[in-house]
Design a protein around this ligand. Structure first.
Ligand code: ADP
Ligand code: MG
Length: 221
């Protein structure tokens, strides 16, 4: 049921969907990063999520266990800024979720923990034109949705929508963290690749939450 807590099968579907969407958008992420960075963001994430997908057939006791595996995989397989940042995000989310299924409040808390991990690792603030500009509005929208009685899937959807708006906001911003900051004012007019990949990952979480358990696993099954 839609109101039910999100379980381990959801987390497995999420990471499979994340690997799919990152692969589909690999060129787009590369192009965004080529404009203001070194052009590796799509490759980095594709390598990391492809490696994580290969471990999804193992046994996991809870959603947090899946996310912890993702964290470890991203930290070991993905270089650059995004590997440690997303690795920290997934690890903090895993710790926040603990051993249980995820209620709406748990989802909101896990997103906040993930964002806090990115901020503590990268020291970027809202307005610096990084993935934090997607994460922070997502966290705020998720908290509001959960407080208003939304289901876990609705909390994720609110987060993904807000992240999209936040990612769009980076178009007009000058980058103040990461490689893009080396461009100074020339970074204005470009969307931050990490903010775009944050939206992709959150959308995958929504898709996984709105796909019924027990349905087939899609084209890659
Ligand atoms: P690199 O910049 O090392 O090539 P990637 O291209 O994989 O790494 O990732 C770039 C993305 O990482 C940026 O688009 C931005 O969203 C994010 N990023 C970089 N530095 C920071 C930081 N200090 N805080 C938050 N996010 C950051
Ligand atoms: Mg890069």
């Amino acid at each position: 049921m839609a109101g039910d807590a999100l379980d381990t099968a959801w987390a497995v579907r999420w990471i499979r969907a994340a690997a799919d969407t990152v692969a589909e958008h690999r060129a787009e992420l590369v192009n965004l990063d080529r404009a203001i960075g070194d052009g590796d963001h799509g490759e980095n994430l594709d390598r990391g999520f492809t490696a994580a997908r290969e471990k999804l057939d193992d046994e996991y006791a809870a959603p947090g266990a899946v996310l912890k595996m993702v964290a470890m995989t991203l930290m070991s397989k993905v270089g650059g800024a995004a590997g440690p940042l997303y690795g920290t995000a997934f690890l903090r989310a895993a710790t926040s979720l603990g051993d249980g299924d995820a209620s709406a409040e748990d989802v909101a808390a896990a997103l906040a923990a993930a964002r806090d991990g990115v901020v503590s690792r990268g020291k970027a603030e809202v307005g610096d034109a990084t993935m934090v500009d997607a994460w922070t509005p997502a966290v705020d929208a998720a908290a509001q949705a959960a407080a208003g009685g939304a289901t876990p899937a609705e909390v994720l959807a609110a987060a993904a929508d807000a992240a999209q708006t936040g990612a769009e906001s980076t178009d007009a911003l000058q980058a103040r963290k990461g490689r893009a900051s080396y461009l100074g004012e020339r970074s204005v007019g470009h969307r931050d690749p990490g903010a775009v990949s944050t939206v992709l990952l959150l959308r995958a979480a929504v898709d996984a939450a709105t796909t019924a358990d027990g349905s087939d696993e899609g084209p890659d099954a």
